[in-house]
Design a protein around this ligand. Structure first.
Ligand code: NOJ
Length: 677
């Protein structure tokens, strides 16, 4: 009954909007809990799918197809020639993550499609329905008439039944890439935007459209239209082609995560479930860790990347950071500006970067040895400035060098819009490059932290050395961002947008909120500076997940600060994660359980509004006694003019206790709950 009804609506909608006729018999796929229902059918020769949640239409019939260079589009004159169904229910373990165990429970429908006329090409669309969303991808099997191909457009649509509020960043900003403040507006009005794209319907579900398993394709952007049809747009190769391929070929998964409320979106595992399992036999060398580094000093212009009297990456300075890391339990020390190539305009002179030659005042082998003597690892840094050919030509030598020196992690960087040859930052050329780097790093047992990356599409399941990435407006904008730094609401938006994709190297933990350590003068309210309270900086360690998690400030700014103890204690790897509450752009309350110990961590952050939350601790094991170490906004704290007051207290708690978390405007609270001694 329902099937007929949906296709009735489908046909009617298409009739109105596209002048199509009635539907061919339709196929239906339900999620295991039967709340999400996908319907697939052919309407007047076009393949369409629609989506319902609890009987409410989420997506109207939305077209599927491609345009090719030198071949007719694959869009019309189609028929369904067969279908197959599969089910899956398994639990797999992550080597690290927001949660240790992930359940992959879904139903699958494979729909075989063929052109009724010439050239008679065939393809398959595979749908998966999970309780937390649906996904689909195209498979182009090997066949005569479809061998090598060049896609000029993917015609996939997401035809929204309503006009939800979309939280977005534009896709075509050449200087900022993903590093923009989120905006919200009706989905019908959005320009070309990046995914994950989070959509809030009125009194209905929250959706996140994204993609998974992006291996050899262009990254997907979405563009709105007055008809509420979100269409896929793909960044191009220099010659305008979007995707080059040869059959057999599979596209990335297009995912639509669905939750009843924003707080149910995270932790998000649908994308991980759509990636192939880990291919690395030995993962013992992959270990989440916290790190410090010669980094913030460059951004606040205290030291330089380039050589000269203010060079940051000197042997002496690095030894100081190694000592600081070792004394405080950090696993790594990032050093930027260590290698030749930073002098002059490093963004324009990408080809001058050497990834093996250190500046003369940086004794790489001696420092690597000193670091391992002190039980920490140097974290290498490779800024490419999008000089991808230069980088690839040195990749294996550089990674072999780092491995030999015991450098266990590497931060890469891709400042720049296009490659020298004109390929788009988020296009297939770069997707292939990033995959090559992940594979090379895995061969050399190196964990990766990618800046100016392509978005996370769940690669970490297959290559768990792909730890974290930037791909957002991070801490550095508080050093020099022209709009004065990241506003208080920023992190409460990131949690429900960018973070849905995966770990973020935001680099929290700057205690010098007014950035007075740059030249001794505290920054004025309108200048670039942090726009949080001190307690909120601590809370970000729990809220903004990263398996490589930085304490970004200068070591001297942590000296004599009791609040630093929280950063020393907080883990970077979790057994469990739950979002206890949250509203996009307003607040988030997150609970996590340490993967390697009995501690729980509870944190809340807010925007410009003061808020308080009552949390019962019923998640604690019954009958056991704990101590809550509470780092709260102090009396009178305010992000704008009084960010420093912090009140640190302890209290005994157990499963029957509850805590009231009171947050100042722009504030936060971070709580470690450890077993009582
Ligand atoms: C931009 C990165 O986001 C930042 O972390 C890094 O310091 C600079 N590029 C230089 O590589």
């Amino acid at each position: 009954m329902r099937r007929t009804a949906v296709l009735g609506i489908a046909a009617a909608a298409l009739l109105v909007t596209a002048g199509y006729g009635l539907a061919q018999s339709a196929l239906e796929l339900s999620s295991p809990d039967e709340r999400n229902v996908v319907t697939v059918g052919v309407v007047e020769g076009a393949l369409v799918y629609a989506l319902e949640r609890d009987g409410r239409t989420v997506l109207l019939p939305s077209r599927l197809g491609f345009e090719f260079r030198d071949a007719p589009p694959l869009l019309e004159g189609l028929e369904i020639t067969g279908s197959e169904r599969h089910g899956n229910d398994e639990v797999w373990e992550q080597p690290w993550g927001e949660v240790a165990l992930v359940r992959d429970l879904h139903n699958e429908l494979r729909v075989s499609v063929a052109e009724t006329g010439d050239p008679g090409r065939q393809f398959v669309v595979v749908f998966r329905a999970f309780d937390d969303g649906i996904a689909f991808r195209y498979e182009l099997p090997e066949q005569p008439g479809l061998e090598e191909f060049a896609i000029t457009d993917e015609l996939t649509e997401f035809h929204l039944a309503e006009d939800p509020r979309a939280w977005w960043i534009p896709a075509n900003d050449p200087t900022h890439r993903y590093e923009l403040l989120y905006r919200s507006s009706p989905a019908s009005t959005i320009p070309e935007v990046h995914t994950p794209l989070t959509l809030e319907t009125l009194d209905g579900p929250v959706l996140v459209i994204h993609e998974a398993n992006l291996v050899d394709y262009a990254g997907m952007n979405l563009t709105g239209s007055w008809e509420r049809r979100l269409s896929v747009t793909l960044p191009a190769w220099a010659d305008g082609v979007k995707v080059r391929g040869r059959t057999p070929f599979v596209t990335p998964w297009r995912t639509i995560q669905i939750a009843d409320r924003a707080a149910d979106l995270a932790p998000s595992t649908i994308g991980l479930n759509l990636n192939p399992p880990n291919v690395l036999e030995d993962v013992s060398w992959i270990e989440p860790m916290k790190y410090v580094g010669i980094w913030w000093g460059m951004h606040i212009n205290k030291v330089t990347w380039s050589s000269g009297p203010r060079h940051g990456a000197t042997t002496e300075n690095t030894r100081r950071f190694i000592d600081f890391a070792a004394d405080n339990g950090f696993g790594g020390v990032l050093v930027e500006g260590w290698n030749v190539g930073w002098d002059g305009d490093w963004i324009a002179n990408a080809d001058l970067f050497s990834f093996t030659e250190a500046y003369p005042d940086y004794d790489l082998p001696a420092l690597a040895a000193y670091a391992s003597e002190r039980g920490v690892s140097l974290i290498g840094h490779n800024e490419t400035s999008m000089g991808v050919e230069n980088y690839e030509s040195q990749l294996d030598d550089a990674f072999a060098l780092y491995q030999g020196l015991g450098i266990r992690a590497l931060k890469t960087g891709y400042v720049g819009d296009k490659t020298a040859e004109g390929h788009a930052h988020h296009g297939q050329y770069m997707v292939r490059h990033w995959r090559r780097v992940i594979e090379a790093a895995a061969r050399h047992e190196i964990m990766l932290n990618v800046h100016e990356p392509i978005k996370d599409t769940g690669e970490r399941r297959t290559y768990p050395n792909m730890m974290t990435r930037e791909g957002a407006r991070g801490m550095e904008y508080n050093a020099w961002g022209r709009e004065g730094g990241n506003p208080p609401e920023h992190h409460t938006i990131l949690y429900f947008t960018r973070m849905i994709a995966g770990p973020l190297d935001y680099t929290p933990g700057v205690f010098d909120i007014l950035v007075s350590s740059s030249d001794g003068t505290p920054r004025l309210p309108e200048e670039s500076r942090l726009r949080t309270t001190l307690a909120k900086q601590l809370a970000l360690y729990v809220v903004l997940y990263s398996p490589l998690q930085m304490a970004a400030d200068l070591p001297e700014n942590y000296e004599g600060q009791p609040a630093f103890q929280f950063i020393r204690d907080v883990p970077a790897d979790w057994e469990l994660t739950a979002t206890l509450g949250g509203r996009i752009g307003d607040f988030v309350v997150v609970l996590r359980k340490d993967r390697n110990g009995p501690d729980w961590y509870l944190a809340a952050i807010t925007d410009e509004e003061a808020r308080s939350f009552d949390i019962t601790l019923s998640f604690l094991p019954e009958g056991e006694n704990f101590v809550a170490e509470i780092y709260a906004d102090g009396e009178g704290a305010h992000w704008l003019d009084n960010p420093f007051p912090i009140e640190i207290s302890e209290q005994p708690v157990d499963a029957g206790s509850s805590l009231t978390l009171s947050l100042a405007p722009g504030g936060g609270q971070a709580i470690r709950i450890r077993p009582a001694e």
